[in-house]
Write a protein that binds this ligand. Structure first.
Ligand SMILES: Cc1cc2nc3c(=O)[nH]c(=O)nc-3n(C[C@H](O)[C@H](O)[C@H](O)COP(=O)(O)O)c2cc1C
Length: 398
């Protein structure tokens, strides 16, 4: 008889052993259209799958017989102490998963001493996140054709004490997430199937929709045409407002409005990384937007080593896309990343149970990372290096 393995069926998050278990709770908790919004990738989802497959191509070569008692995940990020080499990445529409989703994410990040990045398309005002959550806050910037929107975001984020700006450069031509689109008859009008499925999620209906109404793009609401501020209608209208005209020349314009740390989110090549460094940026985020933009795109982990070699001394290197395990994070740190940004892994926790769920996701990832450090005979994240890995493009250590 073949042994049948059982997926996680519980609701008790302390019994959820890994991010896949949290994803399972999230899937059962929120309506299908909301889960699909989080889950989906662009077109054939080759990039989405590739992000996970790329980790499998890298394998550890662990040294042995080294004392690792007293291990620590503590590190420095942008010159400031950080509880772990992690940050929560920017995701729009978090209020669709849980009421006050942005505040729940930011509070959980603060509890772990790591930064939270608020999206331009957040459903909470950036001022409210700063007031109610605290901790280290980064602001993500989308630039729309009306540049006054970006200037307003930068001015307000600076006034509210945000530490860094992440200028997203890979979504100005918006990706086609087809599974997500199929939930709507026309933009903003859900199909009957999606409506019936939503009715089968009474907890979500009461907590999110009935108590708080359809989430809105609070940060940029003042600039939006009628009907575009609601998450249901706006999520298709707003991407059409993005500016495909942004170029490297615009870094100077961003710098005029943003006095603090600046990271470019969307770099995947050595020439672009060098350009960011030469323009005085503080860091880069290697990303393919979690497979939601260009299909058949390289996974950031595949280009990390060459980029770290080229600019690692000059720039803070953050990486995201596909990170679900402590082993994934350890591989990126070993190849030269300063930190890993968590996208969907945090959102699964949020959808499962708000701040408690996000804390559980961060606990799972940090416990796993600490265990991997030990198994790799490392005491600190600084002990990780390419000598611990075998895989495409990595020379064998002597
Ligand atoms: C639901 C969702 C919404 C997102 N919204 C934004 C956004 O508003 N701005 C942005 O720069 N990136 C956005 N991203 C991309 C994430 O910041 C990040 O690059 C990606 O999620 C990392 O991949 P992972 O989800 O596999 O960890 C979003 C991703 C998801 C899943």
């Amino acid at each position: 008889m073949p042994w049948k393995r059982r997926p996680f069926t519980g609701r008790d998050l302390s019994a959820a052993l890994n991010i896949a278990d949290l994803r399972e709770v999230a899937r059962r908790t929120v309506p299908g259209f909301a889960f699909e919004y989080v889950e989906g990738g662009a077109e054939d989802e080759a990039t989405l799958r590739g992000n996970r497959e790329a980790f499998a191509a890298l394998r550890f070569v662990p040294p042995t017989l080294i004392d690792t008692e007293g291990r620590s995940l503590a590190t420095q990020l942008l010159g400031t102490p950080c509880g772990a080499p992690l940050a929560i990445g920017p995701t729009g529409l978090n209020g669709m998963l849980h009421p006050q989703g942005d505040i729940a994410l930011a509070r959980a990040a603060a509890a772990f001493g790591i930064p939270y990045t608020l999206s331009t398309l957040s459903t909470t005002l950036l001022e409210d996140v700063a007031r109610q959550a605290g901790g280290r806050l980064w602001m993500q910037l989308y630039v729309m054709r009306n540049r006054a929107i970006a200037e307003d975001i930068m001015r307000r984020a600076a006034a509210s004490g945000f530490e860094a700006l992440l200028f997203t450069t890979d979504a100005n031509v918006f990706g086609s997430r087809e599974w997500d689109k199929r939930n709507y008859r026309t933009p903003g009008r859900p199909r009957m199937r999606a409506v019936l499925d939503t009715l089968r999620h009474p907890r979500w209906l009461t907590q999110v929709l009935l108590r708080h109404g359809i989430p809105r793009f609070r940060n940029i609401e003042a600039f939006l045409p009628a009907g575009a501020a609601s998450a249901v209608g706006g999520s298709t209208i707003i991407p059409q407002m993005f500016a495909p005209t942004i170029t490297w020349e615009d870094i100077a314009w961003v710098r005029e409005h943003w006095p603090r740390k600046l990271l470019i989110k969307g770099v995947l090549s050595v020439p672009d990384a060098r350009r960011a460094a030469s323009l005085g940026c503080d860091g880069i985020v290697l990303t393919n937007h979690g497979g939601r933009q260009l299909d058949h795109c390289v996974a950031p982990i595949e280009v990390l080593a060459e980029i770290a070699q080229a600019v690692g001394e000059r720039l803070t290197i953050v990486i995201d896309s596909g990170f679900r395990r402590g082993t994934d994070i350890a591989k990126a740190l070993a190849l030269g990343a300063d930190a890993v940004m968590i996208g969907r892994a945090a959102l699964y926790g949020l959808a499962a149970d708000g701040e408690t769920g996000v804390r559980r996701a961060l606990e799972v990832l940090t416990v796993e990372l600490d265990r991997v450090l030990g198994q790799l005979s490392c005491r600190t994240v600084g002990d990780l290096g390419p000598h611990l890995l075998r895989g495409p493009g990595i020379p064998a250590a002597r």
